[in-house]
Design a protein around this ligand. Structure first.
Ligand SMILES: [Zn+2]
Length: 303
């Protein structure tokens, strides 16, 4: 879920302003007090001079992923608890009622679940319709229940399977790209693979770093993807039809329609082929990886 840093900062700022506007001042004061008493805010947020005036609540709500993980560790190490009253207010009022989930998802520009890349995340036009996963679970860490970077818009299936379990990787982690952590491939088990789906397997290679290990295991993603063998079957057929020569011919004939050869390749495979856009259409990562393996997708050459 990559975005320009300044654009993202503005989205996070707007999110906090709207949230604060919907919360009761007296309760916000209580949350601020709780943070000041229980969290070592100056140590956790060794910020610049001009940020001294920002409240602890704002710091926690707008904290980036690395800071959220530091707060979680601090809470664990110091065995910090919260009273039921404050916890209920944060979970049942602030999280459940005060977040415009529809706007949250719209601002992020994500259409497809970032955990599985299989299902769309919109379910209706109601403000509270989209499901948000708490990357760090809200039950043990209620203070992080409305922190922007702890909220991941996801599909119902992933939300249900993950529950309160810990994942090894958050889609907000921009230190490593998805293409460096996971590659889809396929295996042909018999000559009738073009007519018999049981002769095909979809494989997930997690590479040497295994960063996504836990995510894939908890979501049972390799098993879930086997339902999409027909898509791979189509790609194998497309490989025979859309040879390099035929693609060149199409590009010459319809060159005016496409801004680049990449656009023609995307039209052929029916998915986005660059990691920035995988979240716009289901199965893009799988189709792109296997499309590249088959040679249907060759590169990002601009005309
Ligand atoms: Zn999902």
């Amino acid at each position: 879920m990559k975005k320009d840093v300044n654009v993202r900062q503005q989205i996070v700022k707007n999110y906090f302003e709207k949230l604060r506007g919907r919360c009761q001042g007296s309760y916000i004061k209580n949350v601020n007090n709780w943070c000041d008493i229980n969290l070592d805010i100056d140590h956790l947020f060794p910020d610049k001079q001009n940020e001294k005036l920002i409240t602890s609540f704002e710091k926690v709500v707008t904290a980036d992923l690395t800071k959220l993980l530091s707060i979680r560790d601090y809470i664990d190490t110091n065995k910090i608890k919260m009273t039921d009253g404050l916890k209920n207010y944060l979970l049942k009022t602030v999280y459940q009622c005060n977040i415009d989930r529809l706007a949250f998802v719209r601002d992020l520009g994500v259409s497809v679940c970032p955990y599985c890349n299989r299902n769309f995340i919109n379910s209706s036009s109601r403000k509270t319709s989209c499901q948000l996963d708490h990357f760090i679970n809200k039950s043990d860490y209620p203070i992080l229940s409305v922190s922007f970077y702890n909220l991941v818009p996801v599909c119902g299936s992933c939300n249900h399977k993950k529950g309160t379990k810990d994942f090894s990787y958050s889609p907000y982690d921009n230190t490593i790209g998805i293409d460096d952590m996971l590659t889809f491939s396929y295996d042909i088990k018999g000559v009738e693979y073009l007519s018999d789906l049981s002769k095909l397997d979809i494989l997930i290679d997690l590479g040497l770093n295994k960063i996504l290990d836990k995510n894939i295991e908890i979501l049972e993603l390799e098993e879930m993807y086997q339902i999409h063998k027909d898509v791979v079957q189509e790609l194998l057929i497309k490989k025979e039809i859309y040879t390099e020569e035929y693609q060149e011919q199409l590009f010459r004939e319809f060159g005016g329609v496409f801004a680049s050869k990449q656009e023609l390749e995307q039209l052929i495979i029916g998915a986005y082929i660059d990691s920035e856009n995988y979240g716009k259409r289901p199965l893009s990562k799988m189709i792109s990886d296997i499309g590249k393996e088959l040679g249907i997708v060759r590169g990002n050459k601009k005309i």
